[in-house]
Design a protein around this ligand. Structure first.
Ligand SMILES: Nc1ncnc2c1ncn2[C@@H]1O[C@H](COP(=O)(O)OP(=O)(O)O)[C@@H](O)[C@H]1O
Ligand SMILES: [Mg+2]
Length: 233
């Protein structure tokens, strides 16, 4: 198993009159084809850790390597490019752009990466959306879809540039149980069938019970990190 993410003594302190420690001395490695849940009480630093691992924030101390590359050596532009090309994000609220069609929303990260022609982008976006069961919805706008459908568009957008790792912050947190199950199955397929690594912050114990590995945080610290042997599908 190759190592994709290597965090070594990561700490993130918010500077303030009374500084707030969001993440405390976290060391962990995340490999290929892992499905990892990050759990913990509200305010335990789950989102903060995910943002560090996803290059949306920088640590106060400690080092973070992505595919062997020390990210502290990268300037903001290089970080943004690494993020765009190797990581995909899904948040609790979809953050789709309301003025664009579903298809255009999924094309956006490809436009930013600037590697494909217009027709290649729309073909790839349509293919991803079709795989996620949204074939009939390409020209709709996000507000014409259900919550579950919007979250599937957000997953398609996260996959736009074919990242190795998908980071999800409470991806089922605003969904009903049927839509949650669909989104969970999609994330599971990304790992089992498409060889991605998925790191999902979740409050949903039913979901946490069904992943390969659970990292539990309390007060910004990892208090347990347990892998569960899974029968592969
Ligand atoms: N910008 C901020 N300013 C002040 N406190 C913050 C900020 N962001 C997060 N926190 C605090 O840091 C802690 C960790 O937050 P967070 O990572 O969002 O936790 P979780 O995702 O587990 O609920 C919480 O106590 C939160 O209130
Ligand atoms: Mg959070």
């Amino acid at each position: 198993m190759s190592t994709l993410i290597e965090a070594d003594h990561l700490t993130r302190i918010l500077p303030a009159i009374v500084p707030v420690t969001l993440v405390r001395d976290v060391s962990l490695t995340i490999g290929d084809r892992e499905f990892v849940a990050i759990t913990g009480p509200s305010g335990s630093g789950k989102s903060s850790l995910l943002y560090l691992l996803g290059l949306l924030d920088r640590p106060t101390s400690g080092t973070l390597r992505i595919s062997g590359q020390d990210t502290s050596q990268l300037d903001d532009d290089a970080l943004a490019r690494l993020r765009l090309e190797s990581l995909g994000f899904v948040f609790q609220f979809h953050f789709l752009l309301p003025e664009f069609s579903v298809l255009k929303n999924v094309e956006l990260p490809m436009r930013k990466a600037g590697r494909l022609s217009a027709s290649e982008m729309s073909e790839r976006a349509a293919g991803l959306l079709e795989e996620l069961g949204l074939a009939g919805h390409l020209d709709k706008h996000p507000d014409q879809l259900s919550g579950g459908q919007r979250q599937r568009v957000a997953v398609a957008r996260a996959l736009a540039n074919d990242p190795h790792v998908v980071l999800a912050d409470e991806p089922t947190g605003s969904l009903d149980s049927k839509s949650s199950e669909q989104v969970f199955k999609i994330l599971q397929d990304l790992v089992k069938k498409h060889g991605k690594t998925v790191l999902a912050v979740t409050h949903d114990m039913d979901i946490a019970a069904r992943v390969d590995r659970r990292i539990h945080l309390v007060d910004g610290k990892v208090v347990s990190d347990e892998s569960v042997a899974q029968v592969s599908v």
